[in-house]
Design a binder for this molecule. Structure first.
Ligand SMILES: *[C@@H]1O[C@H](CO)[C@@H](O)[C@H](O)[C@H]1NC(C)=O
Ligand SMILES: *[C@@H]1O[C@H](CO)[C@@H](O)[C@H](O)[C@H]1NC(C)=O
Length: 941
């Protein structure tokens, strides 16, 4: 959340300063100021650096292809890895710096992962150890290393010297080309490249030096000085994705899903994609500008080969260019015909080269490979996958009670009520404003009685107030981040003067996590969960609204080196706190705004402070798709748009789309009008209720998908090409998406839309989710749309489990029966899954869950278990399946036979919910009441 008038005032006046004539009357100034507060489009571009204002970026971008003269020597196998020294020819004149050799290491891991590290050689005495990001790579990843025994040599590309080749996986090998230095993964057969580094010779590694007389290393931006005591230390290199039609990934940006070229013919003056966690006030909807989180992981995908991925574990500011074909022409050197190759340029201010190549070849293989390094997404608690109601701020206990009861009055389920910063005593987190919230436990217990939960906000800035115990303790223990002079860093945020805990330090994280115990967090209950905002970190008076790069962390690490991971460590510590609070029994729920690679292990994220307009509704889809593709599957955008007042139609459309976001929360800025779903007349209440009901009915399906993500990394919300990887028409489609493999959803992004063009992929048919009307795949349909719903389709050949009874909350649906919706394909078959556990604890990790496989074929539906055979059942459910709907079943039989119980069930043809004439044939097996946990078969007679 962002948008305090105080912060506005300070930053605005600074930005305005050069333009203000000193004779300008005060009145006009005041007018300008108030005007600004109410204006909608207020992105303050000049607050933030461009690449040109960022020396390392400017330098890297001006390099010409083949300017790197590195070559590899001393190639050997050491500790199961291929190692070498990277050298440069001796300098031509004696006053040029002698470059010390760099250490190169290539290791191979199971399932097609290649890791390449390049760093300074510690034995050559660099002035400082460069920062390697800790606690992101899974400890168990190291155990999947394949111990290399040997390498082959080979002459490639007409080189005069050799290249070294090692085996990677079936059909793939990695090549270290010695001179010129290049590293790539290729297919064994035909030697086609998949991914390469330094093919264009843009590699550059600024080594740390001791400051000499006359070196001016300081950098200034907007009145801030970065002392840069270690001087330039950036790294840049090119990476090529072969046989790729598009590249994707590297969140977070509000831009298209398929990344557009930022340089090359026909691209005017674009910034590179920036990865630098920033609190951007009113971000615009189409920009490569860096937002709240950073995941330096990119995927390439093409029809010819499939998918590959590249990840650079580095938490410093990064800038990435996507180079349009022909980009190299400007240098005068034309590279050989590129085919569908996509070249990219990666630039980082500090750190080391620690990169991972993922060979795919399928899209799901690449996400599995990436999450094998950075971790599988955590399994959320069931309640957190339902609907959340948030606003800055629900004022007091009476307001909370009123909102809560209104949901019941209007028959709208919800699971979580959120409290923003105003619930605290003066923005001191872990406290309550005792006037507004005199009985916080009682308030939470009342919600809990309806199966509901509460979330409160806990931000990383600590109010510098001598009477605040947290500040006292953190100060005396020396737990704050230090400024460049070694004093506790003091920045301005919600509470005013604030300091920031040094979350890089594991001891401080552990101390922090204790603060969430019921004893320490007075007024909290086991039904309370947490929201981490402002953890980029946001500092209102800092450079680019964040912490100075020369601030100091644990171990002498500079903030510039770990900036993009600061929020990650804070999220981790908070999430650990909730686990500890429940003695390790219950899964945590923590929503974070900032994120980094690996954040998927710690909880959910959202896309930050969006705006109530149609373009922002539209861009939410590519943003969430990108997050999912890069591991962060539990994500969503603020429904309704955070800033501004949505028109009613936009709000309704947002609910209709948001109901399919993996994380579904409505939120609003404090200056906006109230916008709870019942405030816009009966008809609109009905439409929003309907959208929320859709989500609740689909919760069993969503939860099953969260479990799939938890075991495979494959996201809940997926781009179409993840399911249809060879259908080119899907590659740049970011208006539609898949929920799992069975549902296709297309948002409506314009006002008063009468029609929508919807591309339905594949050779399969699709059933309209509401009407059952059947549509052909592999073509674009022009569909009439109504206010009732956005287009959504059930893919033929799949089965979706639902719960169709509406309660107050997901928790209250625990014992409700299921409905199975079977969508038959042209061979009269379909299959699907259902995952169930207690929705709360970690016991599923020991096997306490139900996982069913449903198959329809030969006129019968069969349920079997996907749980590996265990000696005893650790989790059971008394729930039954109360209804089975079979879409596309053309015969009109009368009975269904259930085995093994040998009972009969009624069959009804054409149930009520299919009203229109054009519906596909459908039949419903009524009340089969088969236990969801059991094996059974139902034959249609
Ligand atoms: C699934 O989620 C849990 C946390 O809820 C996590 O501990 C586990 O590592 C995740 N992955 C797998 C494969 O269980
Ligand atoms: C129909 O669906 C079944 C189950 O998913 C699948 O095995 C089969 O290949 C599909 N048939 C066609 C023609 O796609």
């Amino acid at each position: 959340m962002h948008g305090s008038p105080d912060c506005e005032l300070s930053s605005r006046s600074e930005a305005m300063a050069p333009n203000i004539n000193s004779t300008l009357p005060l009145l006009l100034l005041f007018l300008l100021f108030t005007l600004h507060l109410s204006s909608v489009s207020a992105w303050k571009k000049e607050e933030f650096r461009t690449c040109n204002q960022t020396p390392f970026c400017k330098r890297a971008r001006s390099r010409k292809p083949h300017s790197s003269s590195l070559f590899a020597t001393d190639v050997a196998i050491l500790n199961g890895a291929l190692t070498a020294n990277l050298r440069q020819p001796p300098p031509e004149s004696p006053d040029q710096d002698q470059i010390k050799p760099l250490l190169f290491t290539l290791s191979v891991y199971q399932n097609g992962v290649v890791r390449v590290k390049i760093d300074e050689d510690p034995s050559l005495g660099p002035p400082k150890k460069r920062f390697e990001v800790p606690d992101v790579i899974l400890p168990e990843f190291e155990s999947t290393k394949l111990w290399l025994q040997r390498f082959q040599t080979e002459t490639v590309d007409g080189d005069s010297g050799p290249s070294s080749v090692v085996h990677v996986a079936d059909g793939y090998e990695a090549v270290l080309r010695h001179n010129p230095f290049e590293v790539y993964v290729r297919e064994k057969q035909g030697k086609r490249r998949v991914l390469s580094l330094n093919s264009h010779g843009l590699f550059d590694f600024e080594q740390l030096r001791v400051k000499q007389e006359g070196d001016d290393w300081e950098e200034r931006f907007k009145g801030h000085t970065d002392v840069r005591p270690y001087g330039p230390q950036s790294i840049s290199f090119d990476v090529s994705f072969f046989d790729a039609d598009f590249v994707y990934g590297i969140p977070e940006h509000a831009s298209s899903f398929a990344l557009r070229p930022t340089r090359g013919p026909g691209v005017d003056d674009s910034e590179p994609y920036r990865l630098f966690n920033l609190d951007v006030f009113e971000f615009i909807h189409d920009s490569p500008f860096g937002l709240y989180g950073s995941i330096p992981f990119m995927l390439g995908h093409g029809k010819a080969r499939g998918t590959s991925g590249f990840f650079w574990l580095n938490a410093a500011e990064m800038q990435i260019d996507v180079l349009g074909s022909g980009w190299d022409a400007e240098s005068g050197i034309l590279l050989p015909e590129s085919g569908s190759r996509i070249d990219t340029l990666w630039m980082s201010e500090a750190g080391i080269v620690d990169t991972f190549f993922f060979i795919g070849p399928g899209p799901k293989d690449v996400v599995r490979q990436y999450t094998s390094v950075t971790g599988m997404p955590a399994m959320p608690q069931l309640f957190s996958t339902a609907y959340h109601q948030c606003r800055w701020n629900y004022r007091d206990e009476e307001d909370v009670e009123n909102i809560d009861s209104k949901f019941d009055e209007h028959d709208i389920p919800y699971d979580v009520l959120w409290l923003d910063i105003e619930h605290t005593d003066g923005k001191r987190y872990f406290t309550w404003d005792r006037v507004l919230f005199p009985n916080p436990e009682q308030m939470q217990n009342k919600l809990a009685a309806k199966g509901r939960h509460m979330v409160t906000i806990v931000d990383p800035h600590i109010k510098r107030d001598e009477s605040f115990h947290l500040h006292k303790e953190a100060t005396s223990k020396g737990y704050y981040v230090k400024d460049a002079t070694g004093k506790d860093y003091d920045g301005w945020c919600w509470p005013g003067s604030s300091s920031y805990l040094d979350m890089l330090n594991p001891e401080i994280r552990s101390w922090w996590s204790e603060k969430f115990s019921l004893k320490h967090y007075v007024g909290s209950t086991p039904w309370l969960y947490i929201w981490n905002d402002m953890n980029e970190p946001s500092v209102f008076n800092g450079p680019e609204v964040t912490m100075p790069r020369d601030a100091l962390h644990y171990g002498g690490v500079e903030h510039r080196e770990l900036h993009n991971a600061y929020g990650y460590y804070f999220h981790m510590a908070t999430s650990d706190g909730l686990v500890k609070r429940g003695d390790g029994k219950d899964r945590p729920f923590v929503l974070s705004r900032a994120f980094f690679s690996g954040s998927q292990r710690h909880g959910a994220v959202w896309t930050g402070d969006n705006t109530a307009d149609w373009d922002q509704l539209r861009v939410s889809v590519p943003m969430i798709l990108t997050l999912g593709l890069t591991g962060m599957t539990f994500s969503g955008a603020d429904v309704g748009g955070y800033f501004g007042n949505p028109e009613t139609e936009l709000l309704v459309r947002w609910y209709q789309l948001g109901a399919y976001y993996p994380f579904f929360r409505a939120h609003a800025h404090q200056d906006t009008k109230r916008r709870e779903p019942w405030l816009f007349g009966d008809r609109n209440t009905e439409l929003m209720r309907d959208a929320i009901h859709t989500r609740y009915a689909l919760l069993p399906y969503f939860y099953t998908l969260f479990r799939e993500a938890n075991t495979s990394g494959v996201p809940v919300m997926r781009p179409l090409w993840m399911e249809f990887p060879s259908d080119k028409a899907t590659f740049s489609n970011d208006e539609a998406f898949m929920v799992g493999n069975s549902l296709l959803v297309q948002g409506i992004y314009t006002e008063r839309a009468k029609y929508a063009s919807v591309y339905l992929p594949g050779g399969q048919s699709w059933y309209d989710l509401r009407t059952g009307i059947i549509y052909k795949g592999g073509t674009t349909h022009k569909l009439e749309v109504s206010e009732e719903t956005i287009p959504a389709f059930h893919r033929a050949g799949t089965i979706i489990p639902r719960k169709d009874r509406y309660r107050r909350s997901s928790t209250q649906m625990a014992n409700d029966p299921y409905t199975l919706v079977i969508a038959l394909n042209s061979s009269h078959a379909a299959e699907g899954e259902l995952y169930i556990d207690n929705g709360k604890s970690f016991e599923f990790k020991q096997g306490a869950y139900i996982h069913r496989h449903f198959v329809f074929s030969d006129g019968k539906v069969t349920s079997s278990s996907l749980v590996p055979k265990a000696s005893k059942t650790l989790f059971s459910s008394a729930c039954v399946i109360e209804r089975i709907i079979v879409l596309g079943h053309s015969s009109g039989p009368k009975k269904a036979l259930i085995e093994p119980s040998n009972r009969k069930a009624e069959i009804e043809v054409g149930p009520l919910w299919l009203q229109r004439g054009k519906s596909a044939p459908v039949l419903t097996i009524r009340r089969p009441n088969v236990p969801v946990a059991d094996d059974w078969t139902i034959k249609i007679l």
